[in-house]
Design a protein around this ligand. Structure first.
Ligand code: ADP
Ligand code: UDP
Length: 237
């Protein structure tokens, strides 16, 4: 399968048509952005880490009953996925306070919740991805009631599976963002990526951050953190 016309270039990935209209190829870049695109940089090797880790996790989730867009890894950076109509909601699940949650509610980072939290942001660059509640998402027609229910159930199940998996890698899954999409038959599947760009990972023993916060907050050793997460997930290679 080959890349044809480029459909879209995002901040972290490019999306290409293929000879099959139902499939696209996503190509992961080393480009990194933060703070709504204000901060830009490169994280060497990130594209390959995110591609391989996301594919591995999507296959693991599929085995446990989560429908995903994943089809086939082509190379270190390129993967064939089912083309979906992305639901314009960023689906965020949290186990521990951090980032915008800690800022919004004036609490410190690192508070472990009794149960996971669930929220949506409206995926809209012009509006800077504002937090949105379910009734507003329904009012705007961003998703239907059944879709919202399905997305919520899938996201919480993904959290259960990933939390346990990462615990086995010596990593605490703090929070993460998922995107879902619609296939032509209307069914909902997990899309986009699951990687150190879209999750917060803290070393279980030391609390060291092993994710994009190292880039956002200028903590140094950014490349090393991505490579370390690769080792945790795949073992020594
Ligand atoms: P952004 O658009 O935020 O800059 P990326 O650089 O990651 O993000 O671009 C990838 C784009 O591809 C995103 O807009 C994402 O919603 C979209 N996407 C992810 N998976 C699929 C898919 N299976 N089909 C179509 N589009 C997808
Ligand atoms: N996240 C993401 N893309 C976004 C916003 C958030 O992947 O556009 C992820 C982020 O990496 C973190 C989780 O979602 O794992 C929660 O992010 P938060 O709302 O705390 O935002 P931030 O601190 O980045 O402002």
């Amino acid at each position: 399968m080959e890349k044809k016309h480029q459909l879209y270039e995002g901040k972290a990935k490019r999306v290409y048509e293929t000879e099959d209209p139902a499939l696209v190829i996503v190509s992961y870049k080393d480009d990194a952005t933060a703070f709504d695109g204000e901060k830009k940089g490169t994280i060497r090797g990130k594209g390959a880490v995110n591609n391989r880790m996301s594919n591995f996790l999507m296959q693991m989730l599929a085995e446990q009953g989560i429908a995903t867009h994943y089809v086939k890894e082509l190379s270190d950076r390129d993967t064939v996925v089912k083309k979906v109509d992305i639901v314009p909601l960023e689906v965020i699940v949290r186990n521990i306070s951090a980032g915008s949650f800690a800022r919004r509610y004036g609490v410190e980072e690192g508070i472990e919740f009794g149960q996971p939290t669930f929220e949506f942001s409206y995926k809209n660059d012009e509006l800077h991805d504002p937090l949105i509640n379910t009734s507003h998402a329904l009012a705007l027609g961003l998703a239907g009631e059944d879709e919202v229910r399905e997305i919520r159930e899938a996201a919480l199940k993904v959290n259960d599976i990933l939390r346990e998996f990462f615990a086995g890698c010596g990593v605490r899954l703090v929070d993460f963002k998922l995107e879902f999409g619609r296939l032509p038959d209307g069914s909902i599947v997990l899309a986009d990526e699951i990687s150190p760009d879209t999750c917060r990972f803290w070393d279980a023993a030391t609390g060291e951050k092993l994710d994009k916060d190292r880039f956002r907050r200028d903590l140094g050793d950014v490349e090393e953190a991505y490579q370390e997460m690769m080792r945790r997930v795949f073992g020594e290679e």
